[in-house]
Design a protein around this ligand. Structure first.
Ligand SMILES: [Zn+2]
Length: 693
């Protein structure tokens, strides 16, 4: 049954063409419409700001909330095409539209009279009060709390330069198409299909792209260590201009932080996170390093032993050895992920997964795919999510890859926070499945992850868009604390390994209920996976339990070494953004020492991997640790589910964490769900690290 408000909206808008009858969004705009709509959004925002400044708006906070909500809702129609349109002109117009909206907000949050009006707003509504504080924080990040007009101007000038440098850095990474030239002899060991597809360069050399889909298999398979070294060094020396830019970016951030009264950029940035200070983050990283050290050393020793079997007398691993020997160790476990694919036809697994999480876990009703949805491509499917017969949102799934489309996986909010009573909407953009539409095991895991974001985005109760689910991908202000953002997705992702204790494994229809067997090792049988998988497409056989068991057993294989590099990057991010002085910054130079100390590797001299480190220019500065922070929280939360789709725990998680979105702080939400502050023990226990007393 439709809520009366939704029915009214549908009636009002049904007459307009191209609008999806479900989402009420126009998601197939052409380049000219994108430009016109974006211009209207920008001028609407600026007009509202002017109105408030001139005292015409009765309630400044309400007026600014309406104005930002309107842009948040409207921006999806003009920005999404940049990522998904088949028409290059629409993609370009979408990217320009996004830029113009970012700039418009940047300018507005630099307007002193607007800031004064919003800051002075009084409200008894706690949601509006929190929204006001979030707006005020944005103004103040631009220096508007500074009494000295010259200092404010200085911050604005530096911010402008910072924005331009970050954009240039990102563009340089996007545009990089550099290669390394290797001979067929040097590529010995690399799968023939990959080698044969490489373009030919000068003489007998083949050109190896330095992008991950090509570089990674070369580093994993090339037998010749000198060739791997060459490929690794080329890969970590790309975008040399960005090394200079990164130094400048770090210096600008330090300078701005100083003007704003912070000891460092990290201190200013972390103020709004769950981990609220650099000390807290550094202590967290130190604890993880210390507790994982035995595991790291064990991984290191096993890889070094393999290296010695090929290079007698080798006394250390090099950075270009880990992918190669790590692959050998993985292969020695005999895990054949390919054999699982016939159990995962996307056309059946996707609806089963969305229903398993949406209905069985979180207690929604999920309907779909809907027949009459108006989306941007025929590959897309729309699902409706309802709670107590009221539609709370829609999710559009665009999971297959195609030319010109965004190349990774992510969730994009399309309409946040039940603004104006219209349902939430978000999209999953993926690049999943083979030519036969079958998913790999890892892709099923990714699907579970992305759907965690989806239910976080859709579960919300009505609130201002600045308190809605979003992340730096969108041009409007909003979003969950950075280190809280991945908690729901990392929680749902874990269900791919949910193990039932039953001895035998049947096919798809087995219910996930199981009895806990104690006192002896549990034989692995996937509870949730069995629910979403299908009998083998050709043989009809049930999911091969041995392979699943091996995957579960080796889930954290080489996690000591893998985490060590990741944590070195977190420490590096914190170190460069903790610099107090802008003078003589050598951001790239900080890495060598941190990498050696944290992970035990000597970096190749002259390389600068951070030049292609996206996160440092797209909003994860002083925030790279947040993935690990979220994971530790998610593993702790998962224990409450007892390894099954526990509807009672799911409902509590929905009410305590998903529905508030950004309307409450992450630490408070987690404490409400757990009944205590979050703990790190479950995470270490999962990795096989003894829990200290
Ligand atoms: Zn995620």
């Amino acid at each position: 049954m439709l809520h009366p408000i939704h029915r009214a909206i549908i009636l009002l808008t049904a007459a307009r063409a191209m609008r999806c009858p479900h989402t009420q969004l126009r998601l197939r705009l052409g380049a000219a419409e994108i430009r016109d709509t974006a211009a209207a959004l920008v001028s609407g925002l600026e007009a509202a700001a002017t109105d408030i400044e001139s005292g015409n708006a009765q309630d400044a906070l309400a007026a600014w909330t309406r104005a930002t909500d309107a842009v948040a809702v409207g921006s999806a129609e003009v920005c999404l095409p940049a990522l998904v349109a088949t028409d290059a002109a629409a993609r370009d117009a979408g990217a320009a539209a996004k830029r113009s909206i970012i700039d418009a907000f940047g300018t507005c949050y630099g307007r002193k009279a607007l800031y004064d009006a919003i800051k002075a707003s009084e409200t008894t509504d706690p949601l509006l009060a929190r929204a006001r504080d979030k707006h005020v924080a944005r103004f103040e990040a631009n220096g508007l709390a500074l009494a000295d007009a010259a200092a404010r101007e200085q911050v604005a000038k530096l911010k402008l330069e910072l924005g331009a440098e970050c954009a240039a850095m990102e563009q340089e990474i996007n545009g990089d198409s550099s290669t390394v030239a290797l001979t067929r002899d040097e590529l010995e060991g690399v799968p023939a299909a990959l080698v044969d597809a490489l373009p030919v360069g000068d003489g007998d050399k083949l050109l190896v792209s330095l992008k991950a889909p090509t570089l990674t298999p070369v580093l994993q398979h090339a037998r010749d260590p000198a060739a791997r070294r060459k490929a690794y060094i080329a890969g970590t020396s790309r975008c040399p201009e960005n090394a200079r830019r990164l130094n400048r970016v770090v210096a600008l951030r330090a300078q701005i932080a100083g003007l704003l009264g912070f000891a460092s950029h990290a201190e200013g940035t972390l103020k709004g996170n769950m981990a609220s200070s650099p000390d807290e983050v550094n202590a967290f990283l130190d604890r993880v390093v210390t507790r994982l050290k035995p595991k790291r050393d064990e991984d290191y020793a096993s890889l070094l032993a393999l290296k010695r079997s090929e290079t007698p007398g080798a006394d250390a691993l090099d950075p270009w050895d880990t992918a190669y020997f790590g692959r050998q160790i993985r292969e020695s476990k005999g895990i054949d992920e390919e054999a699982l694919k016939p159990h995962f036809p996307a056309s059946e697994v996707v609806p089963a997964t969305i229903k398993a999480l949406g209905e069985d876990l979180f207690g929604f009703t999920v309907r779909g795919p809907l027949d009459d949805a108006q989306l941007w491509h025929d590959d897309c499917e729309l699902y409706e999510v309802a709670k107590d017969d009221i539609i709370v949102g829609h999710v559009a799934l665009d999971l297959k890859s195609r030319d010109g489309k965004f190349g990774h996986q992510m969730v994009v909010p399309l309409r946040p926070a039940l603004v104006n009573g219209a349902p939430n909407c978000c999209a999953v953009l993926g690049n999943m499945g083979d030519a036969n539409g079958r998913l790999r095991f890892r892709e099923v895991e990714t699907l579970l992850h992305e759907l965690g974001h989806v239910f976080h985005a859709l579960a919300g109760a009505p609130k201002p868009s600045i308190l809605g689910w979003a992340w730096p991908m969108v041009p409007w202000p909003g979003g969950v604390e950075m280190d809280m953002l991945e908690v729901p997705s990392m929680l749902t992702q874990q269900f791919v390994y949910a193990a039932a204790a039953s001895e035998t494994l049947s096919a798809s229809t087995r219910p996930p209920r199981h009895r806990r067997v104690t006192g002896r090792p549990r034989r692995y049988a996937p509870a949730v996976l069995a629910k979403i998988a299908r009998p083998h497409a050709e043989t009809g056989a049930s999911l091969p339990s041995k392979t699943i068991e091996a995957l579960a057993e080796n889930r954290h294989l080489l996690a000591g070494l893998g985490n060590a590099r990741y944590i070195a990057m977190c420490r590096y991010d914190m170190a460069m953004h903790s610099l107090a002085s802008a003078a003589d910054v050598d951001a790239c130079g900080l890495w060598q020492e941190i990498y050696r100390e944290t992970a035990g590797f000597t970096e190749a001299p002259g390389t600068h991997f951070a030049s292609t480190w996206y996160h440092m220019c797209i909003g994860y500065d002083a925030g790279y640790y947040s993935y690990l922070w979220s994971e530790v929280n998610a593993v702790d939360a998962y224990k409450q589910f007892g390894d099954e789709l526990d509807a009672a725990a799911g409902r509590r998680f929905r009410e305590c964490v998903l529905e508030p979105g950004a309307a409450a702080g992450g630490a408070a939400m987690m404490e409400a769900f757990l009944g205590r502050p979050f703990r790190e023990d479950a995470y270490f226990e999962r990795l096989g690290v003894p829990v200290s007393s």
